[in-house]
Design a binder for this molecule. Structure first.
Ligand code: DGL
Length: 263
């Protein structure tokens, strides 16, 4: 991608953001796109707020010098929780973030027992607690469980399939004991394991993931026309050991994917 071509940046710590990028591509929103995975410092959900802020601001500053970014999608709940406001204050292009779907969950839940699975970082963030304060009333029972270990296990599938199930089972048991009828996925990695999650619940529960909603915002922001439809994706990873680029490439459903050097 040359420096003057307007691009849409999609950013995550690893594979999670591909769930968002694939929706964007399926919607025929016109790119080109740069997918950036800061896998060297994954999982972001276990990093401190200060670390994530410094790291993401530095990456954005370098990317902004090199590319004509027309919009950025923070395809990561943890990054959105900690850095979205600072980024919006620093750049003129639209910055679209993720938010755990608490509002839709409240609408959908019949028994008002709502489960939330998110990274520890997201759960601890002010953005999350203020979301809860604003929308959750006394009649709701929120069961909030940090998904520690899940991101690493999702990244290492299929090798980590057994560890993943062993990690999920006690979490699901807690949700079931509390009688949830809705589960909010508060991390972009989790839609990757939606099948495993569904199979572990003994009752059918509604799963809320906000991918669709975020892509709607992007579509509106860019006032999308389907043509010209550019689906080129350049992928940048911060650590390419164990062929990480290949892993990302396989997860992205685009016609043309290229690796570019991390800034
Ligand atoms: N995918 C990111 C999110 O939505 C975080 C994953 C991580 O912990 O690195 O929060």
């Amino acid at each position: 991608m040359d420096q003057d071509t307007p691009v849409i940046l999609v950013f995550d710590s690893g594979l999670g953001g591909t769930t968002i990028l694939n929706h964007i591509l399926a919607r025929k929103i016109s790119g080109p796109f740069i997918y950036v995975a800061d896998n060297k410092f994954l999982p972001y959900g276990q990093q401190t707020k200060e670390f994530i802020q410094e790291r993401v601001l530095e990456i954005f500053s370098k990317l902004n010098q090199k590319y004509a970014i027309k919009s950025a999608v923070l395809a990561c709940n943890t990054v959105t929780a900690y850095v979205a406001e600072q980024l919006r204050g620093s750049y003129n292009f639209p910055i679209i973030g993720m938010e755990p779907g608490i509002k839709p969950a409240i609408k959908v839940s019949k028994n008002k027992n709502i489960g939330i699975l998110a990274t520890e970082g997201t759960i601890k963030s002010l953005r999350f607690t203020s979301l809860v304060d604003r929308f959750v009333s006394e009649e709701h029972n929120l069961i909030i469980i940090p998904g520690n270990g899940l991101v690493e296990e999702i990244e290492n599938l299929p090798d980590s399939a057994e560890d993943l199930l062993n990690n999920l089972k006690p979490k699901i048991k807690q949700f079931e004991d509390a009688g949830i009828d809705v589960l909010v996925l508060g991390c972009t990695h989790y839609p990757i394991i939606i099948k495993q999650l569904k199979s572990l619940f003994s009752n059918t529960i509604e799963i809320i993931d906000t991918t669709e909603a975020v892509v709607n915002v992007l579509e509106k922001t860019l006032k999308v026309e389907c043509f010209p439809n550019n689906q080129e994706v350049d992928v940048m990873v911060s650590d390419n050991s164990n062929s990480y680029y290949e892993k990302i490439r396989k997860a992205i459903q685009a016609a043309s994917i290229k690796q570019i050097k991390f800034i």
